[in-house]
Design a protein around this ligand. Sequence first.
Ligand code: C5P
Length: 245
Amino acid sequence: MLTLQAKSLAETTRHARERLIVALDVSSSAAAQKIVFEVGDCACIFKIGTQLFTAEGPQLVRDLVASGRKVFLDLKLHDIPNTVASAVAEVAKLKVSMLTVHASGGGKMLASAVAAAGQAPAPPTILAVTVLTSMEHSELPRIGVRGTIVDQTLRLATLAITNGCDGIVASAHEVRELRSELGKDFAIVTPGIRPPGSEKGDQARVVTPAEAISAGATHIVVGRPITGARDPAAAAREILQQIDF
Ligand code: C5P
């Protein structure tokens, strides 16, 4: 059996560290800062979603950015183009590194988001959410969508890329298809990641860190396998070693 050679954190490439995003799925700044502290130098990008942002607001984002961390603000914006553009402009003021919008908001909305980000001194990476991985095939016709989940993911990813988005959020199961149809020049961020041997939790279709990156994902989002570990830094370090190729 192939065994991974243990590397120290100092030996782990910057490249691997830039690919790991730790999801801060908690409801207070204190809990989030505890995780950030425990993870230490083993990760540099932290995802704040709607739960934590609604609870604590922009000050936590400012604090994390001021402490040298990169923030992925996962607000999944979806509204009329003018409203989304205004929200993106406000988000950019927080100096976040990555931000999500829903691709299903349409081309005008996506282009407005991209244009608003482009006005910022340090534009955040605009990622478009394609099909939520919680969506089942049987639900698609009920929301007026024809075809398979892969068809819809490709359709929305194409819309996002042609309107200037920097990347998309998609299931790791669709990454190979996305790469072969749409090429290499955009980011693919994949949640639903589980290191070999860890608990699945509520994630049904999981993929290992190495599988996701091998398939062509540029970033993996990992929550509970790191935040729920007895030693979050060690858990993150192990994942870094698995994607350091
Ligand atoms: O704890 P776990 O690793 O399952 O967390 C995954 C993170 O990715 C959570 O923040 C979750 O909201 C997010 N996510 C997901 N599936 C999606 C989109 C986002 O699990 N389709």
